[in-house]
Design a protein around this ligand. Structure first.
Ligand SMILES: [Fe+2]
Length: 429
């Protein structure tokens, strides 16, 4: 070995000075800082061919009604469960102009988009970090830090403020888009199970291939702050970056890299499947996993007393939903209102049948109270969802009968001395 090689303490790609703000290179390229926490938090630096403020004078414009469903008015939510049908935004619409808000609280919003048209502009969200889940479709997310290829089942995290553009591949596209207004997603991990359950930081894919554009023309950037959309125009391509350094970066995370916690002899609560926490929200993945061998394999009846629950159904049988839910739908279960398995699913459980596998992938985002629902979402709400538990009032197995208390007492008496068996039955002589 004729020389030693080194890592620096921070990710970096391309042409960068030896430290931020330092060295003679800065007389030749233009440094831009992307800083959170008033420049005291996470930060990255990009190094540009041209000054990033080179917008054309007189071309900046506030855009009215640019993404009308993204600003769909919010309404109070409570006491009624909703199942939202698959959204069909007006065509043609691109990723952001066709964005439709579904549910929001003060710090997080959930949206849906089904783009059919290309983005002929670049986008910067100035008030939220975006977590995109690709339910259907794929393409390339072009970012200031380089391109990220993505496909069905990928999460894309686009930090607040970072210029980007979706280059969608041919075919249907359908994304759930979570906006986090008060902080970036934090990887969730429990103190007792460590950093590799339910996924590892090594599962995150950051851009490493710079695609530096030295191009002249008219390049439009649309930014969003709250409900204000503004367009500015630059005479050079915004991805004129020759190098970057830092840890404030976009990345991809594949849903198949979630390695779920399972419990043979109990039932892992939904929170055990959390992958990201956001201020005022936690985001979970229910993925394909072994069914509980002894414990309750069906979700128990529950009421979430602090959060409104949403689940986007990505793939699978969704057995506990009793056949009501199809892929692409979203359920919204407001704070406090009990829910649980539909009657058909509970019957299977009570009959002692037990699957070996949970064949499902669902993305759950739970919103701290108070959460609201949009008028757009109310327009997708299926009228019969509350009736899907209706058999609990008609099926004789679940309705009132005079002898019910006595039956339960008798069963309980018979089970009073029952103990769990630790040794598999096959071991018993
Ligand atoms: Fe729930």
């Amino acid at each position: 070995m004729d020389k030693f090689e080194y890592f620096t303490g921070l990710p970096e790609v391309g042409i960068v000075p030896r430290a931020p703000h330092v060295g003679p290179l800065l007389e030749h390229v233009h440094e831009q800082e992307h800083g959170r926490g008033g420049f005291a938090g996470r930060v990255s630096h990009t190094y540009h061919l041209y000054p990033p403020n080179n917008w054309l004078p007189g071309e900046t414009l506030v855009l009215e009604d640019w993404a009308p469903h993204w600003e769909s008015p919010l309404r109070p939510l409570g006491g009624v469960h909703h199942a939202l049908g698959v959204a069909r935004p007006p065509e043609p619409s691109d990723v952001y102009r066709g964005m439709a808000r579904l549910v929001a609280n003060a710090t997080v919003a959930m949206n849906v988009t089904a783009p059919t048209a290309p983005m002929d502009y670049f986008f910067e969200h100035h008030s939220a970090t975006l977590v995109v889940f690709v339910h259907e479709g794929g393409g390339t997310l072009e970012t200031l830090f380089g391109p990220i290829a993505y496909g069905r089942g990928d999460f894309l995290v686009v930090p607040k403020g970072i210029p980007h553009r979706f280059e969608c591949a041919a075919g249907p596209q359908y994304y759930w888009v979570y906006e986090s207004f008060a902080g970036d997603p934090e990887k969730s991990e429990a103190p007792t199970t460590g950093q590799f359950i339910t996924h590892s930081r090594s599962d995150y894919r950051f851009p490493r291939t710079l695609d530096t554009r030295n191009e002249a023309g008219r390049f439009e950037i649309v930014s969003k702050v709250g409900s204000v959309y503004t367009r500015r125009v630059h005479p050079t391509h915004p991805f004129d970056v020759v190098g970057w350094r830092g840890d404030y970066l976009p990345y991809r995370f594949a849903v198949e890299d979630v390695r779920p916690l399972t419990a043979d002899r109990s039932h892992v609560p939904p929170s055990g499947h959390t992958v990201f926490t956001l201020p005022g929200c936690y985001l979970c993945v229910f993925t394909v996993r072994a069914a509980e061998k002894e414990g309750m394999w069906l979700p128990f009846f529950h009421r979430n007393l602090d959060y409104c629950e949403t689940i986007g159904y990505h793939w699978g049988d969704f057995f506990s939903r009793g056949g009501v839910i199809r892929e692409g739908m979203v359920t919204v279960h407001p704070v406090g209102l009990p829910h649980g398995p539909q009657p058909a699913a509970l019957q299977v459980f009570m009959d002692g049948h037990r699957p070996t596998l949970h064949r499902e992938v669902g993305i759950m985002a739970d919103f701290a109270n108070p959460a609201q629902i949009s008028e757009y979402a109310l327009g997708l709400s299926q009228p019969d969802y509350m009736r899907s538990w209706g058999a609990y009032t008609t099926d004789p197995r679940f309705t009132h009968r005079a002898g019910r208390l006595g039956e339960v007492r008798a069963v309980a008496e018979g089970l009073a001395d029952a103990r769990d068996e630790l040794r598999p039955r096959s071991d018993t002589p």
